[in-house]
Design a protein around this ligand. Structure first.
Ligand code: BGC
Length: 453
């Protein structure tokens, strides 16, 4: 008899997006500008000078997009709220039209039996707050708590699962260390401060949630498991540094109230001893970890790679996606087991997993064939199943992404969607991977047993 891939009852199947990547109309109806609005409109920052002015025009087409999810049989939708739509200046004055947009979205999802999961911060800090120092300002924790309270008070109950931050590592590594994401700074000295304030903001929002919310709140991190390129002492130390910097930097303080030792080595004189009260604020019990998993990293010591002194070794004969990421489903099993063993088997949602591949530019007889994405999905969903069998507490899976969208500073050049978007006409065409995913959802995983599409 062939192996059964049936998932546990209640396991949720969904898809994920983020506000700036899909909504368009970033300044509509009284919204304030965000750091992404500014970054994307600064010459030279974005590939092909792309920006999020129109994106997938989801701000106007959200009803159709929900209909599409319904048609695919999806049970949950992870989206993010654009902070500056709701609070144009980041704090203070609330913009009712911004709130209404998300309220309508949530109500319509519920009418269609699709459970919303809302992310409060998917990288689009209100520009007015960046003018006050953004994440470098210690007040940012209070700003975020005020915004979180506004959203919880308005929507908790209808939204029953909230994520505070999406990928604080990417926010700081891309936005404050390497300057490739908004706000585009390049400073080893700012990076740990921004990271620490993001985590204080996370803690402050969770505290507010315990006062006013009744359901679940968690943190979304991207974990890339690190494997040593050799067993030399240097490569082993490099692997530990890389793991501390990317993976443990956020979960260790959230769960244990302390940072990994190796960060001192990574940041050198830029690292600080943080006040104990901050660590207590950060360490708030959470209801789930959101895991974004895309790839792994084979690490070797490399003096020239600032500031971690680690670089990745390419694996010959392995498949790489169009963003240059190795396809490595075993890494998802290893990561889920690591979360279980290190952090006491928390409830985990795979809040993102997916791939960009070269898709045919246009539909042929209504079809977009994307076999590599199907294979990526199948392998990673089998990995999730394996982790569940090994005792991991996994509540659901969200494919990244529902739609092709703005891949941040890479603009529209990378397509992660299971649904193709024609940016000239805004036509949506489910790719073969969407049909495949829909079949897996309908069979609650059972159809993963087959190798065909
Ligand atoms: C982010 C998404 C992004 C995806 C693919 C994650 O880092 O949360 O916004 O599009 O990965 O790069």
């Amino acid at each position: 008899m062939s192996k059964s891939y049936l998932f546990p009852p209640g396991f949720l199947w969904g898809s994920a997006t983020a506000a700036y990547q899909i909504e368009g109309s970033p300044l509509a109806d009284g919204a304030g500008p965000s750091i992404w609005q500014r970054f994307a409109h600064t010459p030279g920052r974005m590939l092909n000078n792309d920006n999020g002015d129109v994106a997938c025009d989801h701000y106007h087409r959200w009803r159709d997009d929900i209909a599409l999810m319904k048609q695919l049989g999806l049970q949950s939708y992870r989206f993010s709220i654009a902070w500056a739509r709701v609070l144009p200046d980041g704090v203070g004055r609330v913009n009712p039209k911004g709130l209404d947009f998300y309220e309508r979205l949530v109500d319509t999802l519920l009418e269609n039996d699709i459970q919303p999961m809302a992310t409060l911060y998917h990288w689009d800090l209100p520009a007015a707050l960046d003018d006050r120092g953004g994440w470098l300002n210690r007040d940012s924790a209070d700003w975020f708590a005020e915004y979180a309270r506004t959203m919880f008070e308005r929507l908790d109950g209808r939204v029953r699962r909230w994520a505070t931050l999406n990928e604080p590592w990417v926010v700081t590594d891309g936005g404050y260390l390497h300057g490739v994401l908004a706000p585009g700074h390049r400073s080893q000295y700012e990076t740990p401060i921004a990271s620490h304030n993001l985590m204080r903001a996370h803690g402050a929002a969770v505290k507010v949630y315990r006062e006013v919310g009744k359901h679940e709140v968690g943190l979304v991190v991207n974990i890339e498991p690190k494997y040593p390129a050799s067993d030399s002492a240097e490569d082993l130390a490099a692997t530990r540094r890389a793991d501390a910097y990317m993976n443990r930097q956020y979960l260790d303080p959230a769960f244990f109230g302390r940072y990994p030792e190796e960060l001192r080595e990574v940041f050198g004189d830029a690292w600080q001893d943080w006040p104990q009260e901050d660590m207590e604020l950060i360490r708030q019990p959470i209801d789930f970890v959101g895991l974004n998993y895309y790839t792994r990293n084979v690490s070797r010591h490399d003096e020239s790679n600032w500031p971690q002194k680690v670089s990745a070794v390419r694996q010959p004969m392995h498949t790489y996606t169009e963003t240059g990421w190795e396809v490595f489903p075993q890494g998802l099993v290893d990561t889920l087991m690591w979360l279980k063993d290190r952090y006491g088997n928390p409830q985990v949602f795979i809040t993102e997993n997916g791939s960009a591949f070269y898709d045919p530019p246009q539909a042929e007889n209504g079809r977009i064939r994307d076999p590599l994405r199907i294979s990526y999905l199948r392998q990673h969903l089998r990995a999730v199943h394996e982790a569940i069998e090994a005792g991991c507490n996994i509540g659901g899976y969200y494919v990244w992404s529902l739609l092709d969208n703005l891949e941040w500073s890479l603009g529209y050049s990378k397509r992660f969607g299971i649904v193709h978007v024609d940016y000239d006409t805004q036509t949506r065409t489910p790719k073969d991977s969407a049909r495949y995913y829909s079949r897996i959802v309908a069979s609650h995983g059972a159809d993963l047993a087959h190798d065909d599409e």
